[in-house]
Design a protein around this ligand. Structure first.
Ligand code: G3P
Ligand code: CA
Length: 356
C-alpha cells in the first residue's frame, strides 16, 4: 500500500508534468488584429488579453538604438515617404538603419499597406483598424520592455517577452551587431537565464549558433532560444558568396536529423504552419508532417506562426479559427502559437481546459 508520502510525491510529479505541458499563447506583434502592429497601444491591448508572451521584432537605427518594427524598412507602416521623400535607397525602400531614433519618432505609424503602381496605398488587412486614424508611433525595445514589466507590477501578472532579432546579416553588412545590442538590453532588464520569462528568436541559424556558443557565455547569460524556420525563396536569411548575397539554404532543417542539429543550440522552433500540417490536408484527413515527430523526438518546443482569423487566412482543411486551433493544439500538440488575435486563442485554451 502506498504511504501518504508516496501519494503526495506522485501527485507532485503529476502536477509538475501538467505544468510542463502548458500550452502557451504568443501575442504576435501585440494585439495586431485590432490595432496597428507593434504600436504601444497594440501591446497594452495584448497585455490585457493575458497571453503568455508578447512579441517584439527588433531592428536597429542609424544611431544604434533598437526599435520595434517588423521590417527593416519603414515604408509599410509609417509616413516616412511623405516626411522624408528624398531618403529612399535606389531600391525605393526607406531603411530604418538610415534614420536616427529622433527621426523615426517623428513619423506616424499605421496599419500595414501596399503601394500599387499608381502610388495608391491599399490596406493589407482591409477589415482591420483603419489606416491613418488616431495617432501611433514607433517605440524602442527598452520602452516596450518597460511597459510590459510595468504592467506586470501594476496588474500582478507575469507576462513574458518574445523578441526576434531581425536580419542580423543585413545589420552586419551595415557595420552593426544587432544581436549584441539586443542581449545587452535583455541583460539590463534582468533577462539573463533560462528561467527568465523570455524566448529569443531568430531566422538566422548561423547567428543563433553564435548567440548560443559565443555571445551568451561571454555575457554570463543563458536564454531560451528559438530557431525560426523559412523556405529559401523567402530570402529571410542571406549569406555572402563570391561577394554577392544569396539565400541561406534551410533544407538541412527538414532532413530526418535536422531537429537533432537544432537542439544542439536552441530550445525550440518557430515553423510556418504548413511545415507542420500539409496544406493538402482535408477536413477528413489532416496530414501531420514528419517535422512534428522529429521536433518532439529532439526535445524541442514547437511554436508555429501565424494564427489569424481574418478572411482567407484559415486553411481549407479547418472549419473555423477554433477548429484550426483544435488541430494544432490538440492533434499536432504544439507547445504554443503566434497569433494576431490573442484574446481568441486565450479563450479557446480556457474553454478547452478540462482541469478547470
Ligand atoms: O517570429 C515569428 C513570426 O513572427 C515570424 O514571422 O515575419 O511575422 O516575424 P514574422
Ligand atoms: Ca516575428
Amino acid at each position: 500500500m502506498k504511504t501518504l508520502k508516496a501519494i503526495a510525491f506522485s501527485a507532485l510529479l503529476t502536477l509538475a508534468s501538467v505544468a510542463q505541458a502548458k500550452q502557451i499563447v504568443i501575442a504576435h506583434r501585440g494585439a495586431s488584429g485590432y490595432l496597428p502592429e507593434h504600436t504601444m497601444a497594440a501591446k497594452a491591448m495584448a497585455y490585457a488579453m493575458k497571453p503568455d508572451f508578447i512579441e517584439q521584432d527588433v531592428v536597429m537605427t542609424k544611431d544604434d538604438e533598437l526599435v520595434v518594427l517588423h521590417d527593416h524598412y519603414l515604408d509599410r507602416v509609417t509616413d516616412v515617404a511623405q516626411k522624408f521623400p528624398n531618403r529612399a535607397r535606389p531600391d525605393g525602400r526607406y531603411y530604418a538603419i538610415d534614420f536616427t531614433l529622433e527621426e523615426i519618432k517623428s513619423l506616424n505609424a499605421t496599419e500595414g499597406f501596399n503601394l500599387d503602381k499608381n502610388g495608391k496605398q491599399t490596406q493589407i488587412f482591409p477589415e482591420r483598424f483603419p489606416m491613418w486614424k488616431s495617432e501611433f508611433k514607433v517605440h524602442t525595445f527598452a520602452e516596450e520592455i518597460e511597459l510590459i514589466q510595468g504592467l506586470n507590477k501594476t496588474l500582478g501578472y507575469d507576462i513574458g517577452i518574445y523578441p526576434e532579432i531581425k536580419a542580423p546579416w543585413f545589420h552586419r553588412s551595415e557595420g552593426k551587431d544587432i544581436s549584441l545590442a539586443v542581449l545587452k538590453t535583455l541583460k539590463e532588464y534582468g533577462y539573463t537565464s533560462k528561467d527568465s520569462n523570455v524566448y529569443l528568436q531568430c531566422f538566422d541559424p548561423i547567428e543563433l549558433k553564435r548567440i548560443h556558443d559565443e555571445l551568451l557565455p561571454h555575457m554570463h547569460m543563458d536564454l531560451k532560444l528559438v530557431q525560426l524556420m523559412a523556405y529559401n525563396d523567402w530570402n529571410e536569411t542571406m549569406i555572402q558568396e563570391n561577394g554577392q548575397f544569396v539565400p541561406y539554404d534551410y533544407n538541412w532543417m527538414f532532413q530526418p536529423d535536422g531537429m537533432e542539429k537544432v537542439a544542439k543550440y536552441a530550445d525550440g522552433i518557430g515553423p510556418w504552419k504548413p511545415m507542420l500540417v500539409d496544406d493538402a490536408s482535408t477536413k477528413e484527413n489532416i496530414i501531420i508532417l514528419p517535422l512534428v515527430e522529429a521536433t518532439k523526438k529532439a526535445g524541442l518546443k514547437i511554436h508555429p506562426y501565424t494564427f489569424r482569423s481574418d478572411e482567407g487566412r484559415i486553411p481549407s482543411y479547418a472549419n473555423s479559427f477554433d477548429d484550426m486551433l483544435d488541430i494544432f493544439y490538440n492533434k499536432v500538440k504544439v507547445d504554443g502559437v503566434f497569433t494576431d488575435y490573442p484574446d481568441k486563442v486565450v479563450n479557446f485554451l480556457h474553454s478547452n481546459d478540462i482541469s478547470k
